[in-house]
Design a protein around this ligand. Structure first.
Ligand code: ADE
Length: 258
């Protein structure tokens, strides 16, 4: 999968994502992360990319043209990489390139959104700065508005990195063991069960005996129950969206009433 990040701070993206699991996936050729410096597309000799907002108000706005030119450069590069298919009479319809603008005004990012976006071959992420970006270029190029939560950051770079991280780990092969991407927090809207490693006893706390039993069916059952209980206690909003069986609902009721 190829990420193309339009930003005024490419070094922030490069330093943040070239390490750890995403860094390894880049080295393995499973991912590419290209940070495109919008300033390279400034059209004046001072290389400025911002200006005052019409109508007044605090701060500066990123201008439309450098953002548009940076986007166009990425779009053309992707189009050139793809082999021509179909014929002149019947050209194959190009899949629309997804362009995400990171903004507190967007839909709140979720695991479901990460799963959907992980199916794309190319994804463009547009990072704003200052007081935002001229609305006209957003209207022209943006397909999705995404927020990472109800708070305001100084720019879109950290949110873009959050998205790249969450999406990358769903790309086959990025996590060495694909099982761990499947059975973890938010699978079926349940949080992950508690986990333990050696030693068997630490600060007087023992590992739950069922985990030492070697009885796989009992371990699976215990883990599922712990996931349900934990979600009830910590994220009851998620539990409403999960698919509990009637038996599990009754089990939970009994636990709560105990
Ligand atoms: N830019 C500034 N704040 C943001 C947020 N919460 N999510 C996405 N982009 C942002």
């Amino acid at each position: 999968m190829n990420f193309h990040i339009l930003t005024l701070f490419p070094e922030m993206i490069e330093q943040g994502l070239n390490t750890s699991i995403t860094g390894r996936a880049i080295s393995n050729g499973l991912l590419s992360i290209e940070a495109v410096n919008i300033r390279d597309y400034a059209f004046n000799k001072h290389q400025s990319v911002d200006d005052y907002p019409y109508g007044g108000g605090a701060g500066m706005l990123m201008q439309a043209e450098p953002v548009y030119l940076a986007y166009e450069a990425v779009r053309k590069k992707i189009a050139e990489r793809k082999p021509e298919t179909g014929s002149d009479d019947e050209p194959v319809k190009e899949k629309k390139l997804r362009v995400v603008y990171l903004s507190p005004q967007g839909d709140v990012f979720s695991q479901g959104m990460a799963e959907e976006l992980a199916k794309e071959e190319d994804l463009v992420l547009l990072c704003g700065h200052y007081e935002g970006i001229d609305e006209r270029v957003l209207e022209e190029i943006v397909t999705d508005y995404v927020s990472i939560g109800d708070y305001v950051l100084t720019g879109g770079e950290l949110p873009a990195m959050v998205m790249v991280d969450a999406i990358s780990r769903l790309v086959p092969g990025v996590l060495h063991n694909n099982v761990s991407a499947e059975f973890e927090s938010f699978q079926d809207n349940l949080l992950e069960y508690p986990q333990y490693s050696r030693p068997e006893e630490w600060h007087g706390k023992k590992v739950p005996p069922v985990l030492m039993s070697g009885h796989h069916a009992n371990i699976e059952k215990w883990r599922r129950e712990q996931s349900i209980l934990r979600t009830y206690e910590r994220r009851p909003d998620l539990l409403e969206k999960s698919n509990l069986t009637e038996k599990e609902k009754k089990w939970l009721k009994d636990q709560i009433n105990d």
